[in-house]
Write a protein that binds this ligand. Structure first.
Ligand code: G
Ligand code: G
Ligand code: MN
Ligand code: NA
Length: 250
């Protein structure tokens, strides 16, 4: 309850900020973009993780205001990066079912003067389950704008393959649980390999999440994964650390 009322004023008090975790392309060995991850610097509790406040934001409806802030800040930030670098933003189901988000995105892209393809929206399979119709409407409108959409945490939800057939995603992100276990559990490796080959056949990109060891990275190279993300490459960094990271991976 206390956290809930504190969250109401968090934007106005400038307590929210974004950190950025890179995607590394295995073909070129270059960073191709960053995922924006929301953080809340609470005045007395310190850093509150999204796992503790996103749910509150969703229950109270604050997620719309917060999500809008995230999009604007992410677009303004990517505008300062080299043109070939994209930014990915996580969406909550509630945001995805509110068509007002489209106007926000149009405005944010215009204000930041960035090409729409530099913004990627990450959604999960479970978000598509509840209200498939409105989700498909927003998704298709986003694609019409030129914004790209990635299917996040792939493999943890239901009916993934049905959605892949019906909806034009530009990328699949393989959930980190599969990457964690793929070198110790052959069935996990089989799933990861299959998803990569599925993505190739569908002509969409594929990202392995949660890469933590050099052995995992080497294996993903061998099976031709497009991009990787994880603590091995970099933990999420503050906005002012992005340019330095781009320099080191050149
Ligand atoms: O590092 P991490 O703890 O940031 O993220 C935890 C979870 O919070 C992930 O599932 C991530 O997708 C989600 N998350 C991070 N930032 C945002 C955001 O801006 N909006 C939404 N809806 N979820 C976010
Ligand atoms: O649900 P989503 O994929 O958006 O959440 C990303 C979450 O995964 C964030 O909390 C982020 O901090 C975390 N994360 C990113 N890389 C790694 C990693 O290599 N290992 C682990 N355990 N978590 C990671
Ligand atoms: Mn994500
Ligand atoms: Na994910």
């Amino acid at each position: 309850k206390a956290l809930q009322s504190d969250l109401t004023g968090a934007i106005a008090r400038d307590e929210l900020f974004l950190v950025f975790q890179p995607f590394l392309d295995l073909g070129s060995n270059r960073i191709t973009g960053f995922e924006a991850l929301l953080r809340w610097q609470h005045p007395t509790r310190g850093l509150v993780p999204p796992s503790e406040f996103i749910a509150i934001a969703e229950e109270t409806g604050l997620i719309h205001e917060i999500g809008e802030w995230v999009i604007r800040r992410a677009c303004a930030t990517v505008a300062e990066w080299p043109e070939e670098i994209r930014v990915a933003v996580n969406f909550s189901a509630a945001q995805f079912h509110n068509t007002a988000i489209l106007q926000t995105i149009v405005e944010a892209l215009a204000e930041a003067r960035i090409a729409p393809h530099r913004l990627e929206i990450e959604i999960t399979e479970s978000m598509l389950l509840s209200k498939y119709g409105s989700a498909a409407t927003v998704l298709n409108a986003l694609l019409e704008l030129g914004v790209t959409v990635a299917l996040d945490d792939f493999g943890t939800g239901f009916s993934s393959l049905t959605y892949l057939r019906k909806l034009p995603f530009s990328r699949i992100k393989i959930d980190q649980s599969f990457i964690r276990d793929m070198l110790v559990q052959p069935d996990c490796a089989a799933i990861v390999k299959s998803v990569i080959s599925l993505a190739r056949d569908l002509q969409i990109g594929v990202v392995a999440e949660g890469v933590e060891t050099a052995d995992q990275l080497e294996y993903l190279r061998q099976i031709s994964c497009d991009e990787v993300q994880g603590y091995l490459i970099s933990r999420p960094v503050a906005a002012d650390g992005v340019m330095a990271l781009l320099e080191t991976k050149k």
